[in-house]
Design a protein around this ligand. Structure first.
Ligand code: VGL
Ligand code: ZN
Length: 210
């Protein structure tokens, strides 16, 4: 299939730290690379995103004395999971997976750079106020529909998909082109169900590639 000019692909956080061996490894994270590479050929507009934290980011357990990894802590008024260090700006862990065809990205959105605020969504930081500019970019290109892929299903994919829906786009998530952190256990499946209940269409990459 060739997607219409009004359709964009968003490739969320396909970075070394979310792949096996990385700082916040997602099971099977690297398995999405080949399927996403194939999907990219079907779209004129492809957005890549990168989780892009300074080393002192407050979502890292290591930067919050007395906290343990995966503990939940109140950070500036919102519940924040204490993550292992990941995607530190300029490190190999923050690089895209080496086999990902990044040449086809029309634009790259980097998020999570404010040390005090996490940003799961590619549209808006977790303060739910600070925008990244992605909505305006897509609107300026006449995009009406977005297909979302990448890592991780239960965090950055989910938040990006839900914000895309709130921004007025028709939203599709290609489930087989995503993998979840699955913390807490079961959250990857729960995220797909929650997205579907909101009107996000959960599809397979095959629906695009056929
Ligand atoms: C992500 C947790 C922390 C993600 C980013 O890309 O889903 N998850 N930072
Ligand atoms: Zn992060």
């Amino acid at each position: 299939m060739t997607a219409g000019k009004d359709t964009a692909l968003i490739v969320v956080d396909v970075q070394n730290d979310f792949c096996p061996g990385g700082g916040l490894a997602v099971k099977g994270g690297d398995e999405v690379v080949s399927v996403i590479n194939k999907m990219m050929d079907c779209f004129d507009t492809v957005v890549g995103t990168q989780d892009w934290h300074p080393a002192n980011h407050r979502s890292f357990a290591s930067n919050n004395e007395g906290t343990e990894v995966y503990q939940i802590k109140n950070l500036n008024g919102t519940d924040q999971v204490m993550w292992p260090d990941h995607c530190v700006q300029g490190t190999c862990g923050a690089d895209f997976h080496p086999d990902l065809t990044t040449d086809l990205f029309s634009v790259i959105i980097r998020k999570g750079s404010n040390p005090e605020i996490d940003s799961y969504s590619a549209f808006m930081e977790n303060d739910r106020k600070t925008v990244t500019g992605l909505k305006g970019y897509l609107e300026s290109k006449g995009i009406k529909k977005v297909f979302i892929t990448g890592l991780a299903t239960d965090y950055c994919v989910r938040y990006t998909a839900e914000d895309a829906l709130s921004a007025g786009f028709e939203v599709y998530v290609a489930a087989d082109a995503c993998r979840g952190v699955d913390f807490p256990e079961g959250s990857a499946k729960a995220a797909l169900d929650a997205m579907q209940a909101k009107g996000i269409r959960i599809i397979s990459s095959e629906d695009i590639l056929k």
